[in-house]
Each structure stands twice: as structure tokens, then as C-alpha cells.
Ligand binder design. Sequence first.
Ligand code: NDP
Ligand code: 2IT
Length: 445
Amino acid sequence: MTKNVDAFMENIKAKNPGQKEFLQAVEEVVESLMPVLDKNPKYKQAKILERMVEPERVIMFRVPWVDDDDEIQVNRGFRIEFNSAIGPYKGGLRFHASVNLSILKFLGFEQVFKNSLTTLPMGGGKGGSDFNAHGKSDNEIMRFCQSFMSELYRHIGPNTDVPAGDIGVGGREIGFLFGQYKKLVNRFEGILTGKGRNWGGSLIRPEATGFGTVYFTEEMLKIKKESLKGKVVALSGFGNVAWGAAQKIDQLGGKVVTLSGPDGYIYDKDGINGEKIDYMLEMRASNNDIVKDYADKFNVPFYKGKRPWEVKCDIAIPCATQNELFEEDAKQLVDNGCICITEGANMPCTPEAVELFQNAKTLYAPGKAANAGGVAVSGLEMSQNSMRFNWSSEEVDEKLHKIMRDIHEQCVKYGTNGNYIDYVKGANIAGFIKVADAMIDQGVV
Ligand code: NDP
Ligand code: 2IT
């Protein structure tokens, strides 16, 4: 770390004690940006970085609800409205027992850069709750969502803040949240994305994050004159992102051999395709939190408590959660001949793992670039809602594909170091410039 980065981080650490994930995300960005600030005094004078690491607004609230045994439960709800320089706050809601302020601030901060990269007019935000869906009935999930929205509704709006899904929030939860919003305000408007296709949702939104991650992977592989055809791919997670990625990899001739959950991973040497991909939806909807069911159903090996990165593969796409791929996993992947690591999840690789990939000159792309397809199609859903018009699947997919190619181009433009592309640097700088210039235009607010 340079002296400037050290000094900057000291101050941020003192202001945000114990916020491990947030500090991790900020440090990575600051390391990429210091040289840009040194070359452009206007950003330093306007204290852009100091302003960007402070959310515009943090909302925390009580979420009380009644469970099926008539007992009152209390969760904590959050919405981090991080930056609105280039558009309304935009970003997902995460419902998971691990959720806390640090995790949501890290996700909101990353979202600012990601949304800027999409080329669409969206600011950055994130929210969620420490609600644990494990073992809950559909009615309990509905009552929780209704209580959550009973507070959130006053802070959001189609031109103010537009949440969407993330871990633990899919089509079912978005439906319950939307229903409650509409009942409270008596208006049908696009205040959430990821809606059902009959009531304002965009086609391809459920698939978009996974599809986009795979389109980005294709662009990276082209640099090495490679393609997905015939490649063995290790995926982690079994949720929305992993599901979309598995479909697209299969369509493009690759073979997905692993999925993982908090309980371990499964290895399917014949490849995960067809009804096996459909089964992923069932596993997620069951609220059981385990991937072992796949092994039992399709009679393949299950490795309890282990991560999939020990499997020999050409490409690895972590799609579960932050900090799920460590230095020792990175070493194993590189030693086993893995040529490309694309982050489907947000910040799944630890800083030490990223450093190892980059030192080995492996193709490596951070989530804020590679998984931006989800929020990009959310942006397209907002446009369709404003127009009161729907594009076809082909039209949305084509726009998504173009956006992912554009993001890749921006990373190449700002991240090329000799004959290696540093996608971290490229994504951070490209994402930053647009937001920073907008902040300067808008004065000290
Ligand atoms: P889902 O809830 O659909 O799936 C998440 C998956 O990861 C589940 O299988 C979940 O299991 C698993 N998981 C969660 N925590 C852990 C853990 N500590 N260890 C192992 N597995 C875990 O979420 P998404 O697929 O939507 O999100 C996955 C990642 O992609 C997240 O990082 C998210 O921020 C990111 N992302 C999502 C986008 C979207 O559009 N949905 C867009 C861009 C990024 P369980 O819940 O049972 O613990
Ligand atoms: O991390 C993300 O980009 C998301 N969870 C999607 C956000 C969105 O607004 O679609």
C-alpha cells in the first residue's frame, strides 16, 4: 500500500470501526484510484473520494412480525442510499441472517461503481434485513415482507430509490413487497425491479445476472483466443445467479460440474443441464439452505463442508456470497490449470486470492464489472415501466449483451498494463470518473 492509501484508510477505519467488509471494499477501490487522483487535482480539491465513501443516507428500522405460532419476532431493516449523482438510488435487498451494516455498506458502495459501468442513469444503494428464511413458511415470508415495506415505502419511489432482489430476495419476495407498497400508497408504479412478467417485470431479469456474467467471461476468453466451448466450469452457490450462469454456460457449450451451499458442494461429472438446472429453482424455493438434495436426487457425490475450488476446472465462477474463495483456493485453482475467474457474486474472492490470480496473470474479473448484467436489466425494467411498454426477450437479451461488451471495453481501456488487463483497476477507474464528474458538476451537496 502506498503512503497516500494508508493515510486515507486510517481515517476511514477510525470513522467506521469494525466494518470489515465495508473497509475491504473501500481499500480495493482507493488503491486503484490514488494514481488517478494524483494526476487530476480537481478530484482531490473537490474531496470526491472523501464524499464518495460516506453514504448520502442510512436508514435503519424495526421490522416486527408475527410467526405461525403467534409469537412476535423482531428483525432489523436497512436501506443504504449511497450515491445519487447519476440517477436514483438503485440496488438490491438482501435477506440473510448474516446481514449487518458493514455488509450492506460494502454492497452499496460497490453498487455505485457497478451502476456507473452499466452506462445507464442509476445511482447506488443497497438494503435488506437479518431475516433468516430458513424453515419459514410462505405466509411467514409474506408477513415479514409486508412489515418490511410498511417502513421502507416512505423512503423509495420511481425517481428516488428503486430496490430489487439479492440473496434471499427473489420473485416471491418482490411480489409480497410490491403488493404492500401498492396497498399503502394506492399507486401502481415501478418502485421495485425483478417484478413478475405480468405486472411490470422485464423479461430476462431473472436470468440477467448469470447471463451477463457469462457474456463477460466470453469477452475475457476472447483475449486469450479461447471460448466457452468444451470448457469445464466450477460454480458456487445454487441461487439466482448460479442458475442463470448454468443455463448460459450450457447453451454456449461449456460444462458446469459443481454447485455449492452452506453445507458443502456437489460434483456432477456429466454436467449440470436440462432438468438439473430446473431443480436448482426447487432447492432455492424450499428455504432449506442445502445443496445436498441435488446429490441425493441425481446420485452424484456430495462433499460436506468443502468448497468447490478443489475440483479441476478451466473456469471458476463464484456465485454465492462475499469472501467465499480464499488464497488457498486460488492457489489450488491456478495449480490445476484454471485460466479464468469471473465473479458472479459480489466480492467473493478475498484480497489475497485476487492478488494471487493477478500475480499469476490469470484472467480475473471483479463482481462490479462481471455481475452488472442484473442491475443493467433492472435499469431496462425501469425504462420499460416509464414507457409503459415491454421489450421482447430477444430485445432485452441483445441490450444486455451489448452492455456487457461495453463494460468489458471500459475495463480494457482503463485497466490495460502492458499485456495484462487489470480488470479491478479498469472497473474502479471507469466507474469512478462518471460519478466523480457528475458530483463536481452538481456542487458541494
Ligand atoms: P440467492 O439467494 O438466489 O442465492 C445465494 C446462494 O448462495 C444460495 O445458494 C445461498 O445459500 C448461498 N449462500 C449464501 N450465503 C452463503 C454462505 N455463507 N456460504 C455458502 N453459500 C452461501 O442469491 P443470488 O444468487 O441473487 O446472489 C448470489 C450473489 O450474487 C450475492 O453475492 C449477490 O450479492 C450477487 N448478485 C446478485 C444479483 C442478482 O440480481 N440477484 C446481481 C448481482 C450480484 P443460503 O441462502 O441457503 O445460505
Ligand atoms: O448486486 C446487485 O447488483 C443486485 N443485487 C441487483 C440490483 C438491482 O437493482 O437489480
